[in-house]
Design a protein around this ligand. Structure first.
Ligand SMILES: Cc1cc2nc3c(=O)[nH]c(=O)nc-3n(C[C@H](O)[C@H](O)[C@H](O)COP(=O)(O)O)c2cc1C
Length: 194
């Protein structure tokens, strides 16, 4: 069975609209075992102080077997990656950035070559699911999350990064339910075709 890693950065519990979007996606995803990684439960640490220097030493020794690299191995070995996170402060929650710091390990998830960075991850596709309070649409310079997520494709070696977003969750008078329903349908259609 193929493995799907669900990177869950859904901070607002059951009331999360992004969770609803993710649930719609998983309702239609077949033929995958889901590994559900709830970032809030992991006690992830940012790369600072001793935690940073320990990593540098391990990389210098090319010791990639240390337990702290387990997130990078798990990410590398998944057949499909799904990241769900709300839109916060024009981007995504810092918790997700801390996770990305932990999985970005040279020799595991990517390598540096003379021609630039090369992704080493197994998955062909990554899916990024989000909901936003305001209305941004596509290619809005105020949306710093989507371009970042798309850049993870070549960084980690995915052929395709799909981004599905529901806008206007917190705009008074906006059809936020309609917006979420449309994104949910898009997520279901995508899941059926993976
Ligand atoms: C800390 C925080 C920061 C936010 N920043 C933004 C923002 O920059 N732009 C925006 O449109 N909405 C922003 N919002 C609103 C959320 O994007 C919106 O409510 C989203 O649907 C939350 O997803 P959730 O229901 O899955 O938690 C923010 C909400 C919070 C709690």
């Amino acid at each position: 069975m193929k493995k799907c890693l669900f990177v869950d950065c859904l901070i607002r519990g059951e009331e999360s609209r992004t969770r609803e979007l993710a649930e719609a996606f998983f309702e239609k995803l077949k033929d995958y075992d889901i590994e559900h990684l709830i970032l809030e439960e992991e006690g992830l640490r940012p790369l600072t102080g001793d935690f940073f220097y320990e990593r540098q030493e391990l990389l210098e020794k090319n010791d990639l077997t240390h337990d702290r690299f387990r997130y990078a191995w798990q990410f590398k070995e998944a057949d499909l990656i799904v990241i769900a996170a709300p839109f916060w402060d024009l981007s995504f929650p810092s918790l997700l950035k801390i996770y990305i710091e932990n999985i970005s390990v040279e020799g595991i998830s990517f390598s540096s070559t003379e021609k630039g960075l090369k992704g080493l991850c197994k998955a062909e596709n990554m899916i990024y699911l989000t909901t936003r309070g305001g209305i941004y649409g596509d290619n809005n310079p105020m949306d710093c999350a989507t371009p970042y997520m798309k850049a993870l494709g070549p960084f980690f070696g995915f052929d395709k990064v799909y981004c599905i977003a529901a806008d206007g969750m917190d705009v008074w008078g906006y059809d936020s339910k309609g917006s979420l329903d449309k994104a949910k349908q898009e997520a279901k259609d995508l899941a059926k075709h993976l």
